[in-house]
Design a protein around this ligand. Structure first.
Ligand code: ZN
Length: 442
């Protein structure tokens, strides 16, 4: 069965994303068609004989379903398969451009919006600095404006689905924010409802770091299927854990919120969540900006930036570090060690195969990854570090939008939703039912 799974396509997307696979298939004529399409889409089958072998369906039924998928534009003919003695079989491909997905990743101080094809590959994207503290309505309008601009640029309007990540805990079944510590005005805001009012497409919402973890686990390099702890360090700090291909979301969607772990008994380390001594308060990007402002006179580099632009940003502190500025290096190293200590505890706890580091901190150069790697190896038991890989995220800051697209994709192509729309050739016009079907599957 030959062909490698295309980049961006999960081999078993239903289990990878968190939709429970349906054991008993619906008794629909569409189900065999959905199965045939998904086997080709995931790369598990590339020819009609392989489909017969994998499904147990008769040759006649497979031929009919493949013809139907070809006429619906969801599959297409590829090259001739290598001969194994008999007649050469024509290979089949999933048409990744049959439709497209809109995806967005909203961070605390920036967001990215993208148009993806159905394999999860980015067709076009847009990135801008934006404070989530502006509130839900202005933020969502800004994301919508970015989608509109991307639609104009690519000619791709009417998305098949929308996936979005936000920097706070999300009630996954509804798409509602739940007591987000760093998003004033967002508590209870339903991101899915807002997007459903503006797009005739099903919408999936998750925590930003979860989606970064998912994007990296599915499409990152190297991709070896081992359990992954993903840690994002930017303005805030968060983690996502992928175990056996599934995201751990926790009972209320707050799993991985390590930024608010208590790490120091210091009443002066006041956190944005209202408590003191949190990891973010001593190691987050926002705490570094506060320290930069207090100590700017110690840094000729940052003094110049402040005089020129009137403000300091994390990007500028990162550039200062890369240029060798002593204050920037001191502030970053101090925070890196703090984060590394917490990561070491987490590694001892869950014994991942891979620790992936992402977020704005990567723009400060390789020091952060080096510090985390050496701390983890020094502090963790030999058993958990023996096969452990510690590396930087590999998708050039696109892992979050890739993960959001994969989440949306899974909501379209899980067997039950796909069986519902597949005979129309497109999910357009089926948004309400698809949203309901996927809610039943979560
Ligand atoms: Zn806190």
């Amino acid at each position: 069965m030959g062909r490698p799974v295309p980049i961006g396509a999960a081999p078993h997307p239903e289990s990878a994303i968190g939709f429970t696979p349906v054991a008993a298939l619906p008794t629909l004529d569409a189900a065999p068609l959905a199965i045939v399409i998904n086997l080709v889409r995931s790369g598990q089958a590339t020819t009609r004989p392989e489909l017969v072998a994998l499904t147990g369906l008769s040759r006649k039924v497979v031929t009919q379903r493949v013809d139907q998928a070809l006429s619906l534009g969801l599959l297409e003919d590829g090259a001739l398969a290598p001969s194994s003695g008999g007649r050469q079989a024509r290979t089949l491909r999933f048409r990744t451009r049959a439709g497209h997905i809109y995806s967005a990743l909203v961070g605390a101080s920036e967001f990215t919006a993208a148009v993806l094809d159905l394999s999860g590959a980015v067709i076009a994207s847009h990135h801008e600095d934006w404070s989530v503290e502006t509130g839900p309505e202005p933020t969502m309008r800004q994301v919508q404006a970015a989608f509109t601009a991307l639609a104009r640029k690519t000619g791709l309007d009417r998305p098949w689905a929308v996936g979005i990540g936000v920097p706070g805990p999300v009630e996954f079944a509804t798409g509602r924010l739940v007591a987000p510590p760093i998003m004033p005005g967002w508590d209870g805001f339903n991101v899915r409802s807002w997007l459903r009012e503006h797009y005739d497409a099903p919408v999936w919402v998750d925590n930003d770091v979860n989606l970064m973890a998912l994007g990296e686990w599915t499409s990152g390099t190297p991709r070896d299927g081992r359990d992954m702890l993903f840690v994002k360090v930017g303005t805030g700090i968060g983690a996502g854990l992928v175990v056996r291909g599934r995201l751990l979301r926790g009972d209320r969607g707050a799993a991985g919120d390590i930024g608010h772990t208590h790490v120091v008994d210091d009443p002066s380390a006041v956190c944005r969540c209202g408590r003191t001594g949190c990891l973010e308060a001593v190691a987050g990007g926002w705490s570094m900006l506060e320290e930069s402002a207090r100590r700017v006179s110690e840094s000729p580099y940052l003094t110049k930036v402040l005089e020129k632009s009137g403000r300091l940003t994390l990007g500028e502190v990162g550039k200062a570090a890369v240029a060798g500025d002593r204050l920037a290096l001191e502030m970053i190293d101090k925070r890196s060690r703090r984060v590394a200590e917490t990561i070491a505890n987490l590694v001892n706890f869950c014994n991942p195969g891979v620790v992936v580091l992402g977020g704005g901190v990567l723009r400060t150069g390789p020091r952060f990854v080096d510090i985390v790697s050496s701390t983890v190896h020094a502090r963790c038991t030999q058993l958990v570090t023996a096969g452990l890989t510690v590396r930087a995220a590999s998708l050039d800051h696109a892992e979050g939008v890739v993960g959001a697209g994969l989440l949306a994709n899974a909501g379209l192509f899980a067997t039950a939703p796909l069986s519902h729309w597949v005979e129309s050739g497109s999910p357009l016009g089926h948004a309400t039912t698809l949203q309901r079907l996927s809610a039943e599957l979560t």
